[in-house]
Ligand binder design. Structure first.
Ligand code: S3P
Length: 431
């Protein structure tokens, strides 16, 4: 386990960065390219460990994929061009890889075996294996297919109308991808709208997708045609610098080419409601996805309540929003976010445990947390728990902490943001 000394109590963060490509979009670009007909090219791909796991899984199914940094070429031969892998498919730490691949494999008659790391082994897979089986997929696995390791042998699928109990893009996407191989129409209805990159990108690959509020439908038997994908910057990665820019005195950060898909911009709404100095510039649409530049500077913040249908729009940002709330006047209440318990770690517990070590006042609840602001934070020996977003949140917290600080298991950050510390250093004004 690697440990890193973090820079504390810095003099400000100033400058301009382009955050890496969006993780959700990068996964989908590789997957859809792999099952499309012809060559797909991907620009500004995120070469983080999670997306590399997706590439590796499809290479093991015979797809030729060449990745050079942020540029990727995928030679798709259609979904029937995938080959039975002679090795186990290792999804690493990636929930998106696991769940979306299960959807694709559901309609393919060959055998696969899927494993991942210790965190993946704890994450609920029944939320996809149960509906996929009801479509006709043969999936087995630990505890009757609730957890990895999982094995698949596809099947002749029939379209379903699935009413998902959770707002989850991974569940929705798995079922829609299975729907491509199913007879008839497949429909998913969610309680709240989750991120819609699958719907948008399938259309870029020539598939007809019907969206009506929180309901999405797809007709089976549609073939994907190759595409050129420009991946927008990941707003979930930008979130760490948005919060850093708001809470570190003497800061002004410009973040270029950030994805502004409305199903992802909850963090912007929260920052504005808390009173942050945030400006959006150069908004445009690329590949069916809105992008723009964000400028954040040091802000006076106030506590707010965050609950209801905004939660899926900022679910991955809650660890860093919790940190933001420690620097706001008054109380911030986060509710309706029980999904945090089944992320890379139980993020209600890991956020509270680690920030409390630094002097934050956080009360974990069943479906969120209550944060009392403002707290002055002090250095501590903190731990990522193997969760990239916990690691980055703590590195941002260090910027305003007094005293020495180190982060254990810092390598987890490479899952979604391999250049995080380089960007942090480039922006830092040291004392
Ligand atoms: C993702 C969906 C979200 C998110 C995850 C990526 C995706 O998970 O937390 O980081 O790419 O579809 P859920 O679908 O489980 O909410």
């Amino acid at each position: 386990m690697q440990q890193r000394t973090l820079l504390t109590n810095i003099n400000g963060l100033q400058g301009e960065i382009a955050v890496p490509g969006d993780k959700s979009v990068s996964h989908r670009a590789v997957m859809f390219g792999a099952i499309a007909d012809g060559k797909t090219t991907i620009h500004n791909f995120l070469p983080g460990e999670d997306c590399l796991s997706t590439i590796d899984c499809f290479q093991k199914m015979g797809v030729s994929i060449v990745q050079k940094g942020e540029y990727v070429e995928v030679e798709g031969k259609g979904i029937s061009g995938l080959e039975e892998p002679s090795e186990i498919l290792n999804v690493g730490n990636s929930g998106t890889t696991t769940r979306l691949i299960l959807g694709i494999l559901s309609g393919i008659p060959f055998h696969t075996c899927l494993i991942g790391d210790d965190s993946i082994a704890k994450r609920p897979m029944g939320r996809v294996t149960v509906p996929l089986r009801s479509m006709g997929a043969k999936i087995d696995g630990r505890q009757d297919g609730q957890y990895t390791p999982l094995s698949t042998r596809g099947g002749a699928l029939k379209g379903i109308h699935y009413h998902s109990p959770v707002a989850s893009a991974q569940v929705k996407s798995a079922i829609l991808l299975a729907g491509l191989s199913a007879e008839g129409k497949t429909t998913v209805t969610e309680p709240e709208k989750s991120r819609d990159h699958t719907e948008r990108m399938l259309q870029a690959f020539g598939v007809q997708v019907d969206v009506d509020g929180n309901t999405v439908s797809i007709e089976g038997g549609q073939q994907l045609k190759s595409a050129t994908i420009h991946v927008p910057g990941d707003i979930s990665s930008a979130a760490f610098f948005l919060v850093a820019g708001a809470i570190v005195p003497n800061s002004r950060i410009e973040l270029k080419n950030v994805g502004l898909n409305p199903t992802r911009t909850g963090i912007i709404d929260v920052l504005k409601e808390m009173g942050a100095n945030l400006e959006i510039k150069n908004e445009q649409i690329r590949n069916g996805e809105p992008v723009g530049d964000l400028v954040i500077s040091t802000s006076q913040l106030k506590g707010i309540e965050i609950s209801g249908d905004i939660i899926p729009r900022l679910i991955d940002e809650i660890p860093v929003i919790a940190l933001l709330a420690t620097q706001a006047e008054g109380k911030t209440i986060i509710k309706d976010a029980a999904e945090l318990k089944v992320k890379e770690t139980n993020r209600i517990d890991t956020v509270a445990t680690e920030l409390e070590k630094m002097g934050a006042r956080i009360t974990p609840t069943e479906d969120g947390m209550i944060i009392e602001g403002r707290s002055s934070l002090h250095g501590a020996v903190v731990h990522s728990h193997g969760d990239h977003r916990i690691g980055m949140m703590l590195a941002v917290a260090a910027c305003i902490a007094k005293g020495d600080m180190s982060l254990q298991n810092e390598q987890a950050i490479a899952v979604s943001y391999p250049s995080f510390f380089e960007h942090m250093e480039n922006l830092t004004i040291k004392k």
